[in-house]
Design a binder for this molecule. Structure first.
Ligand code: ZN
Length: 514
């Protein structure tokens, strides 16, 4: 499909409206690259004193991008192409037209008043959320949440009037995914994972994690992280690794991908696995088919698919026994005082410890989905009106007890822990667990197609894994919807059984459960 796209690309008979569209879309992509570099700079390099000046630089740039995206000329161009019809275009070109139309509609169907109020509430809401979390007082944040709920429902009516308002919000992050698909899958996860977690908690023989605490020299941590990131495939010629408060993957282009991490002297696992996670995101970005142009077709697909790539490397590969077998000697050599008496097996058990905790971002792979399901059920209830905003702390704590068997001590460890709602991002959370399930299903397919994968990983030969992901997922850009991609790669739609079987098999062995 890609080749077909390219041929027409370089051909002489390009439709003039399409040519016009390509110019406009590439310009928008380049402006977004500038914005993205500024964003990276702000998190990594910028002196704190420059915050005001930077805000003044970003605002007009955001304005220019918005103007380009909502330019009536772009609308005319799309109308002309609608008259011609899709049939004469190659798949990659059809993808560009389809994606341009979607983003144009998302940008232009919403009244200016609503766009402005959403933007204003996002910036004000964040400050209110930070202060409420510090004071442990949900009531201070409740009016922001209430207003966001109202605005996001209104937004949904404008952009996707045919969908339930919560489905429309989910669609923004995970295109084509609806509650009717998520709810039964999450119900199955609950049925299987809650008893598994209870059995793990009841097991007397818990993994020893004491050797993961101590002092771990920062320069050794960084050297190790860089080495592993490079060996699993991150291209430092077209990317960088730096330090920021929260790890992320950014950059301006597949040839300029920037990951970050943070180091703590007392915990090297956290930063190492953050680097592996972000490397997974980065490999997706570096693998995008930009030879098709800086156009929608060469962009990454959705939040859920992106997360499937980071979790693929973090969990399916780096938390596996073969990976530990390959790297443990290197890791022990970096921290001999801490790890001298430790075996590969006890290291593997320690990095896979399962323990319910209050904070989502610190959760292990077994308990994590329940953090997501709890948030999903609350968002669903907020949108259908069955959960009043004021009851959120009570409901949050009740569900945490029910799903994880623990009781949040305060709102900061409960309903106020995540920043998502402070910017009105409803429908984002399910992407994390969809990503985890996609990662598992992709990995299962890889094992079927390349049965020597685990032996390769144990030898530190990661190229076959990376090449497989490049070919099956990264190079596909946006040619498929997430649902189509999963079917195309694995031969079936999202199937939670792979994730459940993986978790049950792995953790029954680690915890020696019957
Ligand atoms: Zn991620």
């Amino acid at each position: 499909m890609c080749n077909e796209g390219k041929r027409i690309w370089n051909g002489k008979r390009m439709n003039p409206h399409y040519q016009n569209l390509v110019q406009r879309l590439e310009e928008i992509s380049h402006l977004n690259g500038v914005m993205s570099t500024l964003g990276w700079d702000q998190e990594v390099m910028m002196p704190p004193g420059a915050a005001d000046a930077r805000a003044k630089q970003i605002a007009p740039l955001a304005g220019v991008i918005h103007e380009r995206m909502t330019d009536p000329g772009l609308g005319d161009c799309l109308n002309e192409l609608a008259v011609v019809g899709y049939a004469g275009f190659a798949a990659a070109e059809q993808c560009n037209i389809r994606e341009a139309l979607r983003s144009y509609e998302l940008e232009t169907k919403v009244p200016k008043r609503l766009v402005q109020e959403l933007a204003e509430l996002s910036s004000r809401g964040h400050g209110i959320w930070v202060a409420a979390r510090q004071k442990n007082k949900f009531a201070d944040f409740a009016p922001v949440l209430q207003r966001f709920l109202h605005l996001r429902k209104e937004w949904a009516q404008h952009v996707l009037p045919g969908l339930d308002p919560y489905d429309a919000n989910i669609d923004l992050f995970e295109r084509g995914t609806t509650m009717s698909m998520i709810t039964p899958v999450f119900e199955r996860l609950k049925t299987e994972l809650i008893p598994l977690i209870q059995a793990i908690q009841n097991q007397a023989d818990q993994p020893d994690t004491s050797f993961l605490q101590g002092r771990f020299a920062l320069d050794k941590q960084e050297a190790l992280a860089r080495r592993i990131s490079r060996e699993i495939g991150f291209d430092f010629e077209q990317g960088r690794m730096d330090v920021s408060v929260h790890p992320f993957c950014g950059g301006s282009h597949p040839t300029d991908v920037r990951i970050t991490t943070r180091y703590s002297e007392r915990n090297f696992i956290e930063s190492l696995y953050a680097v592996i996670h972000e490397t997974g995101h980065a490999l997706y970005e570096q693998g995008r088919p930009y030879e098709l142009g800086d156009l929608p077709v060469s962009e990454s697909l959705t939040m859920g698919i992106h997360e499937s790539q980071s979790l693929f490397w973090e969990r399916m590969i780096a938390q596996s026994k073969p990976f530990c077998q390959h790297y443990f000697a290197t890791i022990r050599a970096a921290f001999p005082e801490n790890l001298q008496p430790v075996t590969v097996d006890s290291f593997y058990r320690a990095i896979n410890v399962c323990k319910p905790d209050f904070i989502r971002v610190e959760a292990d792979e077994v308990t994590y989905p329940l953090h997501i399901i709890l948030r999903y059920e609350i968002e669903k209830g907020l949108f259908d009106g069955s959960i009043p905003v004021d009851d959120l702390p009570l409901i949050w704590n009740e569900l945490t007890r029910k799903y994880l068997g623990i009781n949040p001590p305060d709102d900061a460890h409960g309903v106020l822990q995540d920043s998502h709602w402070s910017s009105g991002a409803f429908g984002y959370f399910p992407s994390y667990t969809l990503g985890a399930m996609y990662a598992c299903q992709f990995y299962r397919t890889l094992l079927n197609e390349r049965p020597d994968t685990e032996q390769n990983v144990a030898k530190g030969n990661f190229a076959p894994v990376k090449n497989w992901l490049n070919e099956k997922i990264h190079h596909q850009g946006r040619l498929y919807t997430p649902q189509q991609l999963v079917e195309h790669v694995t031969g079936e739609p999202l199937n939670p059984d792979y994730f459940i079987d993986y978790l049950k098999g792995k953790y029954r062995a680690i915890y020696q459960l019957a």
